[in-house]
Design a binder for this molecule. Structure first.
Ligand code: DGL
Length: 290
């Protein structure tokens, strides 16, 4: 049975819980959420899928900053997070600094593309980075590469078609379809001589097995999930908060009704699901948090 009972969801968001917040434009951050949730059995977590603004990757830095500041302000009306995770490379590359400045009391954790381990491991000195248009065009990737592997050649490829494929349900598509999406990128990088590929967009983690299989044995796959969650855990442990039992809620932005695909995802990842709009209207009518 789907756990979508409204009052249960509202109870799940009690102000005193100081939840860990996870942000993404859609499904991309869910693997990060799951990794954390499985290892931290008594935490309260709110996962925000900014469906109303998907995709971030085709937006400008200024647009992404303004979207995330507004979204954070909305969420802060309901909860005081003990940590806030941008489980999205595009958001991290574009807005992490601005969010830290705008909300200095919240510990923010960003998702930095795993360029460092990839350039350190590469023997051919040729590393591929796959991300959204926004991430690939941002100088941040090249700065990271210069810092950790100045001699490495970076091939950055924007793969917004994979982002859309995943967001529309690609994670549960037949394997042949997943391969059709991923294969051209692997081939291009193989032809360029890459032996390391950085998954620089969290959506790609939903196709991790496909990436690994098609890239083997000559191209290693690198992502940032472990490093990000270790950082989140470090902050979570030091925060002054008493967690009684674990609860996890998925908040969807946008005014459209919750699609069956999102209900399935919430169920698969063990989350209750709720529209942020409905939470806002209840909040403002003063019925919820007395
Ligand atoms: N999941 C986001 C990332 O890691 C991108 C998806 C989008 O374009 O909205 O970059």
């Amino acid at each position: 049975m789907l756990r979508t009972d409204f009052s249960h969801c509202l109870n799940s968001l009690h102000l005193s819980d100081k939840p860990a917040l996870f942000f993404d434009s859609g499904i991309g951050g869910l693997p990060y959420f799951r990794y954390f949730y499985e290892r931290n059995s008594c935490d309260t977590i709110i996962y925000i899928a900014d469906r109303g603004h998907f995709p971030y990757g085709s937006k400008t830095r200024a647009e992404i900053i303004s979207i995330l500041i507004e979204l954070t302000n909305r969420v802060l009306k309901h909860v005081t997070p003990r940590v806030s995770v941008l489980a999205c490379n595009t958001a991290s590359v574009s807005a992490l600094g601005a969010l830290r400045e705008a909300f200095p009391s919240i510990p923010w954790v960003g998702t930095v593309p795993a360029v460092k381990p990839a350039v350190l491991a590469s023997k051919t000195r040729c590393v591929g980075v796959l991300g959204t248009d926004r991430t690939i065009e941002d100088p941040y990737i090249m700065e990271l590469a210069r810092q950790y592997g100045p001699d490495a050649k970076i091939t950055g490829l924007a793969a917004s078609d994979i982002v859309h494929f995943v967001e529309q349900g690609g994670e549960i598509a037949p394997e042949a379809e997943k391969e059709r999406m991923v294969f051209p990128y692997i081939e291009q990088l193989r032809a360029a001589g890459a032996d390391a590929l950085v998954l620089g967009c969290t959506h790609f983690l939903l196709l991790l097995d496909t990436f690994r299989r098609l890239a083997a044995p000559d191209i290693g796959i690198y992502d940032s999930i472990e490093g990000v969650i270790r950082r989140v855990e470090k902050i979570s442990k030091t925060a002054e908060t008493v967690q009684k039992r674990r609860r996890a809620v998925l908040l969807l932005t946008g005014s459209a009704p919750i699609e069956p695909l999102w209900r399935k995802r919430a169920y698969a990842f063990g989350l209750d699901i709720l529209l942020l709009d409905s939470l806002d209207s209840l909040y403002f009518s003063d019925k919820v948090f007395k």
